[in-house]
Ligand binder design. Structure first.
Ligand SMILES: NC(=O)c1ccc[n+]([C@@H]2O[C@H](COP(=O)([O-])OP(=O)(O)OC[C@H]3O[C@@H](n4cnc5c(N)ncnc54)[C@H](OP(=O)(O)O)[C@@H]3O)[C@@H](O)[C@H]2O)c1
Length: 520
């Protein structure tokens, strides 16, 4: 071993895992193979995450980053490209990040070739063997599929075909699979089957980067490490739950991709289902990977299948027209680049979900997500039952609303409890006021980027924040009837102006109650 190499700081890394203990310590050496090394995700998320992790001492002690792509560049070009990217991503941190990558002995290699060409994998095998022998990668490999979804199975087959998927004793071979995982239930089943021909389930890390957000994980902390919330987390006290995932952006440069996805596949099948599962699941015996995932799967199994007879009442689809967001005029969806002028893809979806179990029977979960809404906000709101009787004179309690507990996932991460307080002075009047907890104020450090967490946990072998095979299939099971009904044109597509909270019809979802959407 090189004498100038510093000892690995395994302890500090182990402390970062969800349950506070690492399933196994981070490898002393590893290779990170990025399929799609020249792409948008790698540049915007993965390379800056690696640099930030290097500063925090969260990388394997010897790391070789091997890029794969068709673009004809060499090792030095790739090295320079990554350094340029991190310099642009965070100009203030650039020197510190570059120095840390160097100090941590991170090395860059590049394999030019197509993923559907077996020759590419022969060359990759040679590069990896050299990385093990000369650069201390120690036979540990993390394959990151940051490429187009059509190539996920092809890449897995290529790796297995070149003998790169099976784990030698004392080493790991893991494959990180980006979203989307399939485009419907049959394709997700097929992708699972194909991956399993090449990798065992424990080697497969399916990403939902939402899970890697600190505030999503905080749903676990809030619910299961405090005594005061859980007793109130059920049908006896909760009237209904709202989940809002709102974006002010349109489809940006991803029009072609979004046309095939729509809000259902882009947000609901993955992020919303994960947030729903964490919000509604039963307490797990520990925060380790399988106990948490067991409970999430159990919850997803309890989601009542959509009733085809009620789809028009329980699901509202929308698409934005031109409008104004944050004071800036913006085009309608059908005028966006890469979008058909007569597109019927939904950019907004609101739905009522029922959960058939003892905890939640009769408590509707209202979900809404959309693009070009007034602001970017993700939050979960538990609205409690109104008090049975108000011992106040008429007029003194006009503005008393039922209590709400709001879990703000982004931005301004935090928690807010809305309750009634007396207005100072007389006569006796009450008003709803917020009690707030802000992450930023409580902890004097920025939460890590989700992709740092993704990479760290994948290196550590902690799968808690990744989606298990049965979880991904359960969430596709829930949305498949909607995919079919949308394709048959059975659910109308309503219009909304960009910059508004979606189609008017979304308010009708709460038709059999006095409920209203919370204005975040
Ligand atoms: N971008 C995001 O913000 C984002 C967010 C969440 C998830 N994702 C997911 O991340 C993945 C990558 O997305 P992206 O936006 O980064 O896509 P992208 O910019 O189009 O990049 C695709 C990458 O795949 C490589 N590639 C394409 N065909 C190839 C082939 N036949 N052989 C070898 N390499 C090939 C391209 O490299 P060459 O052209 O050099 O071959 C490029 O590096 C997708 O699954 C996407 O859904 C992306």
């Amino acid at each position: 071993m090189n004498a100038e190499v510093e000892p690995p700081d395994v302890a500090s890394i182990a402390a970062e895992t969800v349950d506070g203990t690492a399933a196994e310590s981070v490898a002393i050496g590893a290779a990170l193979v990025v399929f799609g090394a020249t792409g948008d995700l790698a540049h915007r998320k993965l390379y800056p995450a690696l640099a930030s992790m290097a500063v925090k001492g969260q990388l394997p002690h010897r790391l070789v980053v091997v890029g794969v792509g068709r673009t004809q560049i060499d090792d030095d070009d790739f090295d320079a490209e990554v350094h340029n990217t991190i310099a642009k991503a965070a100009p203030d941190h650039a020197p510190e990040w570059a120095e840390a990558l160097d100090r941590r002995h991170v090395r860059f290699r590049y394999v030019a070739g197509s993923i559907d060409d077996p020759e590419t994998f022969s060359r990759l095998a040679t590069v990896l063997a050299e990385a093990d022998k000369d650069l201390g990668a120690a036979g540990n490999r993390l394959y990151y599929l940051a490429t187009i979804p059509e190539l996920f199975e092809v890449a897995a087959r290529g790796l297995a075909g070149a003998g790169l998927s099976s784990e030698e004793p004392g080493t790991f071979r893991r494959i990180v699979v980006e979203k989307p995982f399939g485009h419907d239930l049959p394709s997700a089943i097929e992708l699972n089957d194909e991956l399993h021909k090449c990798f065992a389930e424990h080697q497969i890390y399916r990403i939902d980067h939402y899970l890697a957000k600190e505030t999503v994980q905080n749903i676990l902390a809030l619910r299961f490490t405090n005594a005061i919330f859980e007793p109130l987390w059920n049908r006896r006290y909760v009237d209904h739950v709202q989940i809002t995932v709102a974006e002010d952006l349109g489809v940006e440069h991803r029009g072609t991709f979004y046309e095939k996805a729509g809000a259902l596949r882009d947000i609901v099948q993955n992020h919303v289902m994960q947030v729903l599962a964490l919000t509604a699941m039963e307490p797990p015996p520990s925060f380790a990977a399988d106990p948490v995932r067991d409970e999430k799967v159990k919850l997803l199994r309890s989601v009542r299948p959509f009733d085809p007879e009620r789809l028009k009442r329980d699901v509202v689809r929308g698409q934005y027209d031109a409008g104004e967001v944050n004071g800036v005029p913006v085009p309608g969806y059908c005028e966006e680049e890469g979008v058909a002028s007569d597109s019927t893809t939904e950019t907004y979806l609101a739905m009522r979900i029922e959960i058939d179990n003892w905890r939640w029977a009769g408590v509707p979960f209202y979900v809404r997500t959309g693009k070009r809404l007034p602001k970017r906000v993700t939050e979960v709101t538990l609205r409690y039952h109104a008090v049975p009787y108000l011992p106040l004179p008429r007029g003194a309690a006009d503005s008393v609303e039922p209590n709400e507990l709001v879990l703000r996932i982004q931005p301004d991460e935090g928690i807010m409890l809305l309750f009634a307080a007396k207005v100072p002075g007389s006569p006796f009047r009450v008003k709803t006021v917020p009690l707030t907890f802000s992450y930023k104020e409580a902890f004097d450090e920025d939460p890590p980027e989700a992709y740092e967490r993704v990479l760290l946990d994948a290196f550590l072998g902690d799968a808690t924040l990744f989606i298990r095979e049965d979880e991904v299939l359960q969430s596709w099971r829930i949305v498949q009837p909607l995919i079919d009904a949308f394709a048959r044109g059975e659910v109308p597509l309503y219009r909304y102006a960009a910059g508004t909270w979606g189609p008017e019809e979304a308010n009708e979802l709460m038709h059999d109650s006095d409920d209203t959407w919370r204005c975040p």
